[in-house]
Design a binder for this molecule. Structure first.
Ligand code: APR
Ligand code: PHB
Length: 394
């Protein structure tokens, strides 16, 4: 088999890259280890920046998002038992975010790929990436007991944090930066109306909480929990009771509880691998970086990585220029580090760190008080939350 770009991983990075390349007439095959249903079963964040919305529109998959997604012009910060709104729309000159689940984005991209008749191999086992330090990279995989080889010009490693691509780079060629946080997020999805029309980020002495949503009838809530906790140890009742204790009286009154449709605990990590290109192998999305979920930057960063990558590959094929390929890693990393900084800062501000003692809580509250009363500080948060422009700092 031969293709121009072999894409490893059919998460949002791989699927969006596939669509961007297809629009430019570049052939790609996607190899995915799991089944399509498994990929769609993963519940992840759901806040899209304008840059991400524009990209989904650009590849023609934005229709359902515009119909079903919820446009938010602000969010609430709750601390010391009181709520304050960050008016993102007003503070950024009219920018918003779209609340639309990553699962739905993935579904829309998958549908578009299938409708266009583009090749995706699900349940591709033992993928190996080879010869990416030459101009003739190859990918091997197994499917239904048979071995296949793909010859290609480039390999796009869109295979997530635990993927094979980053792991195939010679040790010493990649530097990793990592921080693991001493707590996790316990998430519950439920068919109950959201507590409020916008998201509520909660700093409380009992720990962080987040009231989010997927639609007017489906909520997504999170609680900061110790890493030693297990999902089995949290009954639905215990979850709702603890959430109530972290909310303000109005939100508590508005809270409608119900059975959980999904319940999981996710660890929080900041991670960046540098560089993101090794000859003809590129890393994109979670394969290269992880942000803690506070601020929901993961999917948005994945989307901008593959935008830069598609631009570089289009330049290569259409203009015979290597320039975009050579600058890919630096261009991505400038944006990634800013989102890493914001996600780390927002996580540090909102979570309870017992090791910081009572002074830690007091300093967080002072910063939050400053933030919601200083237009300059609030604008900085708003600017980062809605997402920096694609060409920021150019
Ligand atoms: N071979 C083939 N596919 C693989 C392999 C492998 N060896 N290893 C992993 N994969 C697949 C996974 O099964 C997964 O479907 O690669 C895909 C990677 O998808 P994601 O983990 O969703 O990563 P990405 O597409 O970069 O999306 C980033 O996902 O985790 C969130 O916060 C993150 O929202 C962000 C988004
Ligand atoms: C979510 O809805 O899952 C969500 C929203 C905002 C975040 C993180 C997660 O910051």
């Amino acid at each position: 088999m031969r293709t121009q770009v072999a894409i490893i991983g059919a998460g949002p990075s791989g699927l969006l890259l596939g669509q961007l390349l297809h629009k430019a007439g570049i052939d790609a095959i996607i190899l995915e280890r799991q089944s399509g249903d498994y990929v769609l079963g993963r519940i992840r964040a759901g806040v899209l920046e304008q840059v991400c919305i524009d990209l989904l529109d650009e590849v023609g998959v934005g229709q359902r998002m515009h119909q079903e997604g919820l446009v938010h012009g602000g969010f609430d910060m709750l601390f010391q038992g009181r709520r304050h709104r960050i008016d993102m729309h007003g503070l950024t000159g009219g920018k918003n975010v779209m609340v639309y689940g990553q699962t739905e984005v993935t579904r829309d991209l998958m549908d578009a790929r299938r409708e266009a008749g583009l090749p995706t191999v699900y349940e591709a086992n033992h993928v190996t990436v080879r010869d990416f330090d030459t101009t003739r990279p190859r990918v091997h995989y197994e499917k239904d007991g048979k071995t296949f080889e793909i010859e290609c010009d480039f390999i796009a490693g869109c295979d997530g944090f635990h993927g094979v691509c980053r792991a195939s780079v010679p040790e010493g060629a990649v530097a990793s930066y990592e921080k693991i946080y001493p707590f996790g997020w316990l998430g519950v999805l439920s068919d109950t109306p959201p507590v409020h029309e916008e998201l509520i980020y909660v700093n409380s002495q009992r720990g962080f909480a987040l009231c989010s949503m997927r639609s007017h009838t489906r909520s997504r809530h999170y609680l900061q929990v110790p890493l030693s906790d297990t999902v089995e140890g949290w009954s639905d009742d215990a979850f709702w009771n603890e959430l109530r204790l972290r909310l303000d009286p109005a939100a508590r009154d508005a809270l409608v509880t119900g059975p959980s449709l999904e319940k999981s605990i996710a660890p929080l990590r900041s991670f960046v691998a540098e560089p993101m290109r090794f000859g003809r192998l590129f890393l994109a999305g979670d394969a290269a970086h992880i942000v803690p979920p506070t601020g929901a930057k993961g999917l948005n960063l994945a989307a901008t990585d593959v935008k830069y990558l598609s631009r570089a590959l289009i330049e290569f094929y259409q203009e015979k220029s290597q320039a975009g390929i050579d600058t890919y890693s630096d261009t991505c990393l400038r944006r990634i580090w800013k989102a890493e900084r914001f996600s780390w800062w927002f996580t540090s501000l909102m979570h309870h760190f017992p090791e910081n003692g009572p002074i830690g809580q007091k300093l967080q509250e002072a910063e939050l008080d400053y933030l919601v009363h200083s237009e300059a500080a609030a604008r900085s948060v708003a600017e980062n939350y809605v997402g920096l422009p694609l060409d920021f700092g150019e």
